[in-house]
Design a protein around this ligand. Structure first.
Ligand code: K1U
Ligand code: ZN
Length: 185
């Protein structure tokens, strides 16, 4: 498995259309596994394909130790409204309160290409809607009011200097240990 770079705000892929997946293949299962590994290293609860530079319509999530893969997701039901804080692995250090449906049911394919339906509330419902937005080129900032969005963008203007290539390379525990060993020599 590999840890992939995460594309950050400003990278065109985050605003582009995604393509439905025709069939799950070994290559796409590998992508799913790499996305899980990347999400865990980044300490996120979700990750969508455009965030790792891919156009496939799929995302992964893990809330409460329940890994979820949803390919070609579609909303079957959305009801109620709930406001809650969101972050984004593609916009590090920026947070904002977003109104989402309180309960959703989404249908899609799992890692093996079987049709599944997932019913969710609370953090999982929020996360799934955030990830579906990524597949539609939308970011949580787009849900903020003018004032909050402007101040988030001002903060991001400072943060983004850390990512000149508009990519976030994650450091794994193994990389850190290797760095430490090299310094000790
Ligand atoms: O898609 C992403 O950028 C991942 C994002 C998903 C998300 C977080 C919070 C609300 C909705 C969707 C993250 O995982 S950012 C990390 C984070 O903010 C978080 C991590 C653990 C628990 C709660 C939030
Ligand atoms: Zn995000």
């Amino acid at each position: 498995m590999s840890v992939l770079d995460i594309h950050v705000l400003g990278a065109p892929i985050l605003r582009q259309e995604t393509q439905p997946v025709a069939a799950m293949t070994p290559e796409l299962r590998q992508l799913v596994d790499d996305m899980f590994e990347t999400m865990y290293v980044a300490k996120g609860i979700g990750l969508a394909a455009p965030q790792v530079g891919r156009r496939e319509r799929l995302f992964v999530a893990d809330v409460d130790d329940q890994p979820l893969v949803l390919v070609n997701p579609e909303v079957v039901l959305a009801e109620g409204t709930a406001r809650g804080e969101e972050g984004c692995l593609s916009i590090p250090e920026i947070y904002g309160d977003v109104d989402r449906a309180a309960r959703v049911v989404m249908r899609g394919l799992d890692r093996e290409g079987r049709t599944i339906e997932v019913e969710a509330t609370e953090l999982l419902a929020r996360c799934m809607q955030h990830e579906l937005d990524h597949l539609n080129g939308k970011l949580f900032l787009d849900h903020l009011g003018l004032f909050k969005r402007r101040s988030a963008m001002q903060k991001w203007e400072r943060e983004k200097a850390k990512y000149p290539a508009l990519r976030r390379a994650l450091i794994t525990a193994k990389d850190l240990a290797e760095q430490h060993n090299e310094e000790a020599l």
